[in-house]
Design a protein. Sequence first.
Length: 137
Amino acid sequence: MTELARFGVSMDEDMLQRFDEYVARRGLSTNRSEAIRDLVREVLAQEEIGNPDKEAVASVTMVFSHHAGDLIEKLDSIEHDFFKLIISKVHIHLDAHNCLEVILMRGPAAQVRSIAENLLGAKGVRNGKLVLTTIDE
């Protein structure tokens, strides 16, 4: 296990109060130090995925109508083209018209991001989001 280093952080009182409220909303097991470590880890992970060759894992969440033209065929075609990077997919029928799909991927950050943009940009996808992060080594 790595040794912990201590350092001081200065901030104005209003910001500290808002930060303490954020920490409190996160639950009893979180304190300022843990919250700061989480924020730093997130920033460092986002910086790492800026490297297009960095191994990344991602989830792509989409909501769409299954009545939207040939959307299902377009999405399936993209997914089949990149089957080596797509780990899993969950498709849920939300109601008589709407579907939720979550696709999990693993591969080079640039390629994963490109696949997600193709999926999310397909005509008929109402909304969605890519969550991309790195694998801690």
